[in-house]
Design a protein around this ligand. Structure first.
Ligand code: FES
Ligand code: FES
Length: 204
């Protein structure tokens, strides 16, 4: 039999011991580096720091400072003041943020501004020429293809691309290739009619 009575640990004594140990370690700077280090950097850029980039939007170069995490959508709206491009879901589901990049339609909420340097970005503000609306814009007005208008810039940018891609041969094809753009006002029949008109006009 032992000379010392057996001491059985309980919750209180364990917590107390742990607290003392951790406090001592912090005071002594003895905790592993990962427990006390500042957040790590990405590619040498400090969190919160801006990166100087140039975005080529609607034919003009725009120098802008953005954090690497900033989406193209936020850069367009909040840094360049181009609020025609709308933020709906901000996660790639509604198409309200559609813009053209080198002629391809993309959802600008799903790409980072820093990834789009040197590329040709077109927003709805860049479609009109010499005070004349783009034929797709004119067709949307003629066909009354909107109610609240929130989805309309994205619909128009998608329609411009769909016509260019040659995906407007029938109403069914238009519906299919415009299906990434949602309209909460359900203007779909009028949108299809507008795209059909503009496609016909483009074919001559
Ligand atoms: Fe980009 Fe909805 S805001 S897809
Ligand atoms: Fe209102 Fe499409 S016109 S969401």
């Amino acid at each position: 039999m032992s000379d010392h009575p057996q001491v059985r640990p309980n919750r209180r004594t364990v917590l107390k011991a742990g607290g003392v140990t951790a406090a001592g370690a912090i005071a002594a700077g003895a905790l592993p580096a990962t427990a006390t280090a500042a957040p790590s950097t990405v590619d040498g850029v400090e969190p919160g720091a801006g990166v100087q980039i140039t975005l080529r939007v609607n034919g003009a170069d725009h120098p802008v400072s953005v954090e690497p995490r900033v989406t193209l959508l936020d850069a367009l709206r909040e840094r360049l003041g181009l609020t025609g491009t709308k933020k709906g879901c901000d996660r790639g589901e509604c198409g309200a943020c559609t813009v053209l990049v080198d002629g391809q339609r993309i959802k600008s909420c799903l790409t980072l501004a820093v990834m789009r340097q040197g590329q040709r970005i077109t927003t709805v503000e860049g479609l009109a020429r010499d005070g004349q609306l783009h034929p797709v814009q004119a067709a949307f007005i003629r066909r009354d293809a909107f109610q609240c208008g929130f989805c309309t810039p994205g619909q128009i940018m998608s329609a411009v691309a769909a016509i260019e891609e040659g995906h407007t041969g029938s109403d069914a094809e238009i519906r299919e290739w415009m299906s990434g753009n949602l309209c909460r006002c359900s203007c779909y029949p009028n949108i299809v009619a507008a795209v059909r008109d503009a496609a016909k006009e483009a074919r001559g």
